[in-house]
Design a protein around this ligand. Structure first.
Ligand code: CUA
Length: 312
């Protein structure tokens, strides 16, 4: 990933990175010079004008036009430079080029879902190199924030509206998407990979990821497992994160918060998707109802998910 980064920032990998870094370092060095100037002068004054005797009284200074003018003019110029420069970059970052490739992003506790124009759905963000990509982002629950440090883009994802970011990746590599808005228990695990590929490799990946028309219910369920962000909480390898793993779940005896038990059959799975609060497995929080899957899934989709979970 980043080898040539600095203490502050990893090596840039988008067309906007150079501009963002230049402004960052301008503000950084101005701050360093100001800090040394102010603290240095203060230190010098402390020594030079220290009180030497009881009778030592400084002569009051009435005014010094040059000093007064400089502390007004210099900061004003600096602030105007930072504003103009920052505003220009902000506009550039806000408005995606009209020929951008658009990808839909859904953020949900605690997974990223990327949906491509031709229907491919993935938890990894694959993008072609040297082509502007616009992300149209929405949240299924709370505030999240999309951040790829190497691209120098970060944007909040807010419930009930679309927000967007755009970037043009400059080298083929793999980077990390982070969620930078605290969104609950597994916020720090809300990660995804960005895979920057050549246009050919990207097209091949899209081709391979497309689900065929005659997919079995379990195959469609596997896709829904990603698409509906089930994987944000339910693992397939037995690790219990915010919710029980799907591994070996079907047919087992479940114990609930109130001490009751039931066998995980088809009806149990269906109920757990539609009315997840009805039976809360012992030791887990009652968090799934907030996602309102009963409003989001069709009965076919529920069948597909049940078929998928049975196979785990
Ligand atoms: Cu999503 Cu933090």
């Amino acid at each position: 990933m980043d080898d040539n980064g600095t203490l502050w920032l990893p090596e840039g990998a988008s067309t906007i990175a150079g501009e963002v870094d230049a402004l960052f370092y301008f503000i950084y060095w101005v701050s360093v010079i100001m800090f040394i100037g102010v603290i240095g002068t203060m230190g010098y004054f402390m020594v030079a004008y220290r009180r030497r005797s009881e009778a030592d009284r400084p002569t009051p200074i009435k005014e010094n036009k040059l000093v007064e003018a400089s502390w007004i003019v210099i900061p004003t110029i600096l602030v105007l430079i930072v504003f103009t420069w920052g505003f220009k970059s902000f506009i550039k970052l806000s408005v995606a080029p009209p020929n951008s490739y658009e990808i839909t992003v859904r953020a949900q506790k605690w997974a990223w879902v990327f949906e491509y124009p031709d229907g491919v759905i993935s938890n990894e963000l694959h993008v072609p190199v040297s082509r502007p990509v616009k992300l149209r982002m929405s949240s299924g629950d709370v505030l999240h924030s999309f951040f790829v440090p190497e691209f120098r883009v970060k944007h909040d994802i807010v419930p009930n509206r679309y927000t967007s970011v755009w970037f043009e990746a400059t080298r083929q590599d793999t980077f990390q998407v982070m969620c930078t808005e605290y969104c609950g228990t597994r916020h720090s695990y809300m990660l995804a990979l960005v895979v920057v590929q050549s246009q050919d490799e990207f097209n091949r990946w899209l081709q391979e990821s497309r689900i065929s028309e005659d997919a079995s219910p379990a195959e469609r369920g596997a896709l829904l497992y990603q698409q509906q962000a089930c994987n944000g909480c339910h693992s397939l390898d037995g690790t219990a994160v915010a919710a029980p793993s799907f591994q070996g779940l079907f047919g087992t005896e479940r114990t609930f918060e109130d001490g009751a038990t039931a066998t995980a059959d088809e009806n149990y799975l269906r109920e757990s998707i539609l009315q997840s609060s009805a039976k809360i497995v012992e030791g887990y929080p009652d968090i799934m109802a907030a996602q309102r899957y009963e409003d989001r899934l069709t009965s076919e989709e529920i069948d597909a998910l049940v078929a998928f979970i049975k196979e785990q």
